[in-house]
Design a protein around this ligand. Structure first.
Ligand code: PLP
Length: 403
């Protein structure tokens, strides 16, 4: 038999910023017989998850579910509303923005990429300035990554919406929330987003394998005029079949059992509480980082991510060597630096099914790893996080779980 892991006791710490830990409740929900996807039982499941996901995206418009990783839903968003040769405005917030831009080229679009240094998220002012220049309205869409998983910077989507409105520009707004949905506050309708792209294996706590497009009326209208070649990704057949809870082709039935459970778990805790928990863990991780004498990669406090903390290595020390030590000695996976910051940073994922003690295990593992790997640092990072979490626990509970 193929050996996936060494004989180790206790649970592996999967502290990459997605895939995240899959809770036992979801694993049990998935562990059921696959049913007839055209039968009556399936229609009930399909309707429940399609309806439930509207709540998670905070939208009244339809949500499309694909049996694909997030990358598939990225492509679906582009090919449903745009046509070959269309200009799209994108912002270089990090590796995921870069990959989406590369995909836009491959599907025949003309992306304009506003350069960024990766230490901040998509800049509303830069987007506004570029749209104001585009008097002929050649730019058909603005595409931004909400939580840039390669850097830990969060784009202020309401500001970007205002920037588009101030420029009085008709471009559609497309947002990637693959790593923020169900972890960081996100409001598809209120923020005037046309297509939101989501994924299963990050904040939604599911295994990889399903992804989403949340739509708007404007996006659905644009899809009627799109000339991009598509079949599998097309919304039209999906929306027709979805009306009764069904899909035009075989859906990922067992992952939909898991999605049903994930929606219930998020609603039981209450989305506000879920977001507050992520922010608390992120603040504790940043305090630990600074106590180690190390620097948080994200530059602006207003863009700090609740999902992950990206830590910069001291000069002359490689992040991947540190991650290797931590994996071997403490059985914990941390996120690697991607693209042009490879080796220079490591990423601590603190998302999904996660609590204070799991965070303390994670930060203790990092602190021990710094010691074992001989990376210069100060003691007391884990202690700084303990102090903060204890302080939070003493405070009266501000938010009540949703009924
Ligand atoms: C993970 C991720 C993707 C890619 O999703 P896959 O499921 O790996 O295809 C895209 N964008 C962001 C922001 C991500 O975090």
């Amino acid at each position: 038999m193929l050996q996936y892991s060494f004989a180790k006791s206790g649970r592996h710490f999967l502290q990459i910023p997605g895939p995240s830990n899959v809770p036992d409740r979801i694993l049990r929900a998935i562990d059921r017989p696959t049913i007839d996807h055209r039968g009556p039982e399936f229609g009930v499941l399909g309707k429940y998850v399609l309806e439930g996901m509207k709540g998670i995206f905070q939208t009244k418009s339809p949500v499309v579910i694909y049996p694909a990783s997030g990358t598939g839903a990225w492509e679906a968003a582009l090919v449903n509303v745009l046509s070959p040769g269309d200009s799209v405005l994108m912002y270089e917030s990090g590796q995921f923005a870069t990959l989406w831009k590369n995909m836009a080229v491959k599907v025949g679009l003309k992306p304009e990429f506003i350069e960024g240094d990766w230490r901040r998220a998509a800049d509303p002012a830069a987007i506004e300035a570029r749209l104001k220049e585009d008097r002929g309205h050649l730019i058909k869409a603005v595409c931004v990554v909400h939580n840039e998983t390669s850097t830990g910077c969060v784009a202020r989507i309401p500001e970007i919406r205002k920037a588009i409105d101030r420029a009085a520009h008709p471009a559609l707004l497309l947002v990637d929330t693959i790593s923020s949905l169900g972890s960081i506050d996100y409001r598809h309708d209120e923020w005037g987003v046309d297509v939101t792209v989501g994924g299963s294996q990050k904040g939604l706590m599911l295994p990889p394998g399903i992804s989403f497009n949340a739509l708007s009326d404007k996006a659905i209208a644009a899809s009627k005029n799109s000339r991009s070649l598509k079949s599998f990704w097309g919304w039209e057949e999906m929306l027709t079949a979805n009306k009764n809870g069904y899909f035009p082709y075989t859906p990922n039935t067992n992952l939909l059992y898991g999605l049903h459970e994930a929606i219930d778990m998020l609603n039981e805790e209450g989305l506000e509480n879920v977001f507050a928990r992520h922010n608390r863990h992120a603040e504790a991780a940043r305090r630990a980082t600074r106590a180690w004498g190390m620097e948080v990669f994200a530059r602006l406090p207003s863009e700090y991510s609740g999902v992950l903390t990206t830590v910069m290595m001291p000069d002359g020390h490689n992040a991947d060597a540190l991650r290797k030590v931590i994996l071997e000695k403490f059985d914990m996976s941390l996120g690697q630096g991607l693209g042009k910051i490879s080796g220079k940073v490591f990423r601590i994922g603190h998302l999904g099914d996660f609590n204070d003690l799991m965070l303390m295990g994670t930060l203790s593992g990092v602190e021990m790893g710094l010691e074992v790997a001989g990376v210069p640092h100060k003691k007391g990072g884990a202690q700084a996080a303990i102090d903060y979490l204890a302080e939070c626990a003493k405070a009266p509970v501000a938010l009540k779980a949703a009924a």
